[in-house]
Design a protein around this ligand. Structure first.
Ligand code: ACO
Length: 325
């Protein structure tokens, strides 16, 4: 099996900023509540008419530039998203056309906040098996379109953005392990009930606001800590490493308190946990992707570092991978 590494990263955040002060004017909340309960200060929102593929294209171009590859070098594009432009065709196909990456195999995956980690592990296996050589993986979300802006329990948490990575064969290091898991029995904790084949869009589903995400945040909170800790431990075990070997943890950005609890359970210093939640909120699959990109650009990830990507999300799904950078 070929060794596979990440050779380029990119991101794109829409320019519109929604602060906690702005939210105070929209629902019964306060900057103090949002900051202490989640760690979020502001989030980015798309402009009117801007869709997932518009964000994905910009992040993808950044990752290709970093990888010094051209779109025609790609033979695989995987987009992780729960907010595609439309039900079909996939965002990956729309992206292929926009980039002119005409030889690439394209598909989207639905693994919510763990989507970027899932897509990295899938792409790695395509490359390791020799089916593909160069893969583009994008985590992109426009969660503002499925957020109920009248529901203070959820609307303060989410934001829009995109992050991308290019994967290719490497001579040394690269992805050392990938661990994925799922538990469909917890599907009711976070869902978008309307608009699918179960509840096709109708005046009734709109009246019931079923086209917005529903979340039992408190129940998810404990499961998030448990699953992210377990995923990290399993990925480390597969790689033959210990928590003390980690140079940096790049986690899904759901809540600062969740991340601090995971670090404590793993016995890793809080300084090693990369966070951008304060600026962007929870962007589902785009959170881990943009965090990786920013950590690399800020010099927090250096050659030879042992990096942990760790995420969980609706499904439930969770995943972690260890990368020697
Ligand atoms: N402003 C003020 N008060 C609020 C707000 C708000 N925005 N939202 C809720 N409250 C109130 C509640 O009504 C409740 O009041 P009550 O005690 O009178 O009933 C109180 O604050 C406490 O609510 P909790 O839900 O218990 O608050 P908690 O400390 O659990 O924090 C939070 C809520 C931030 C949602 C947390 O539970 C969390 O982060 N959960 C995990 C979310 C998550 O990880 N989601 C999965 C990933 S997302 C994806 O896959 C797309």
């Amino acid at each position: 099996m070929r060794k596979v590494g990440i050779i380029g990263v990119g991101e794109y955040l829409p320019s519109k900023i929604l602060t906690n002060a702005d939210l105070e004017k929209m629902v019964d909340t306060s900057d103090e509540w949002i900051t202490t309960r989640s760690g979020i200060k502001q989030r980015r929102l798309v402009a009117k008419g801007e869709a997932a593929s518009d964000l994905a294209i910009k992040a993808a171009k950044g990752a290709l530039k970093g990888a010094r590859l051209k779109p025609h070098d790609l033979d695989l594009i995987i987009v992780a998203t729960i907010t595609p432009d439309m039900q079909f065709p996939s965002v990956a196909c729309i992206l292929q056309d926009a980039l002119s990456a005409k030889d690439a195999i394209c598909f989207d995956i639905s693994a919510a906040c763990a989507g970027f980690v899932y897509a990295i592990v899938i792409a790695q296996q395509f490359i390791a098996a020799g089916t593909c050589k160069n893969a583009l993986v994008v985590g992109v979300e426009v969660l503002s379109t499925i957020t109920d802006w009248q529901d203070r329990n959820t609307c303060v948490l989410f934001g829009d953005g995109a992050g991308a990575a290019v994967l290719a064969p490497v001579k040394s290091g690269g992805i050392l392990s990938g661990y994925l898991g799922s538990d469909g029995s917890k599907k009711g904790l976070l869902m978008l009930p309307g608009g699918g084949s179960r509840n096709p869009t109708s005046q009734q589903t709109l009246n019931k606001r079923l086209h917005y995400l529903k979340m039992k945040g408190n129940e998810l909170f404990k499961l998030a800590i448990m699953t992210m800790t377990k995923a990290a431990q399993q990925a480390l075990k597969q790689a033959g490493l210990k928590c003390s070997d980690l140079d940096i943890i790049i986690p899904h950005q759901a809540n600062v308190r969740i991340l601090m609890a995971v670090a404590k359970k793993l016995g890793v210093s809080k300084d090693k946990v990369y966070m951008n939640i304060e600026k962007y909120g929870n962007m589902s699959s785009a959170s881990t992707a943009t965090a990786l990109c920013e950590a690399v650009k800020e010099g927090r990830v250096k050659k030879g570092d042992i990096v942990l990507l760790d995420a969980f999300g609706a499904g439930l799904v969770w995943g972690a991978c260890i990368i020697e950078w």
